[in-house]
Design a protein around this ligand. Structure first.
Ligand code: CP
Length: 319
């Protein structure tokens, strides 16, 4: 089944600005469902969705599952441990066997960049990329955009700096594509060892000092140091990283304006972000998580062929 987004959601690089706005606008009416006592509407009743998570996740996996359940889809979770992947079955064989049981959509998180596209080209079901290696994490990018839009309005000309381990970050890539398509000015800040070589070719400004980034930015999206993807030698030590690049309240107090604080999670408190910033008055980190459910409901609805103009009506009924 195809809708206004096409068959799959693989990355924000391949969406138009109109498609991104469509998802964000569709997410807005879906927010209200999660505030109800009975958090369920019949919109996707009869659809079967498999969540294939081959890499650790809390937020994305639970958020997709809530989004699916709140739209009344039937869901199954498959992790690599405990499935036949652990016996050597390939990704495609796993997915084709699941398709033989007549599924409609696959949500996939995988440690390999390109895994979501590889699967999408080989199965008929809609495929949603829930994070593939260091490539993209489109629904995280979308929920970040929705959160920024909630707090800043139209993002045209607004200044957003992505701070930290950009090199290993699929969240950074999705944010850069999404923010630029919506007209924001984007910068990155971090040690050169954690910025991609071709970062300037991405059309972003580069800050080598966190103080300069804070002076420039209206919002900081602070990335986790992905220690599990680092071989060695990217930074001298975590303590040194915090001393030079950590987002601290002492640094934010010197900013010429209030700076909105985002973090995709999970956080390394005391490394890339101090606790008083993460829990402080300008942090919208938990708002990001709340928005994640609505954004994923919107993506599921649109990929299932839902009409954007009926999204408001789609949330009307109870299951
Ligand atoms: N932001 C994010 O992807 O978090 P999880 O790894 O917990 O899903």
């Amino acid at each position: 089944m195809t809708g206004p987004l096409g068959k799959d959601l693989l990355g924000l690089d391949e969406l138009s600005a109109e498609q991104i706005r469509l998802i964000l606008d569709t997410a807005v009416p879906f927010k209200e469902i999660s505030e109800r006592q009975i958090k369920k509407v019949p919109t996707l009743r009869g659809m079967t969705i498999v969540n294939l998570f081959f890499e650790a996740s809390t937020r994305t996996r639970v958020s997709f599952e809530f989004a699916e359940k709140r739209l009344s889809a039937d869901t199954v979770n498959v992790a690599s441990s405990g499935s036949s992947v652990a016996k050597g079955e390939t990704l495609v064989d796993t997915a084709r066997n699941l398709e033989a049981m007549r599924i409609d959509m696959v949500v996939i998180r995988h440690p390999a960049s390109g895994a979501a596209r590889f699967l999408a080209e080989r199965i008929d079901s809609n495929v949603i990329n829930a994070g593939d290696g260091t490539h993209e994490h489109p629904t995280q990018g979308l929920l970040d955009l929705l959160t920024l839009r909630d707090h800043m309005g139209d993002l045209t000309g607004r200044r957003v700096c992505i701070v930290g381990d950009v090199l290993h970050s699929r969240v950074a890539r999705s944010n850069i594509h999404g923010l630029q398509k919506l007209g924001a000015e984007v910068a990155v800040c971090g040690p050169r060892s954690l910025l991609p070589n071709a970062v300037a070719e991405m059309g972003v400004q580069v800050f080598d000092r966190i103080e300069a980034a804070i002076e420039w930015a209206e919002a900081l999206n602070i990335l986790r140091l992905q220690l599990e993807r680092m071989q060695a030698g990217y930074i001298p030590s975590l303590r040194e990283y915090n001393r030079v690049f950590g987002v601290t309240s002492a640094r934010l107090e010197k900013a010429p304006r209030d700076v909105l604080i985002l973090h995709p999670g999970p956080m390394n408190r005391g490394v890339e972000i101090d606790s008083d910033v993460a829990d402080g008055p300008h942090s919208v980190i938990l708002h990001q998580v709340t928005n994640g459910v609505a954004v994923r409901m919107a993506v599921l609805y649109l990929l299932a062929g839902g009409r954007p103009d009926l999204a408001d009506a789609a949330k009307g009924g109870r299951a």
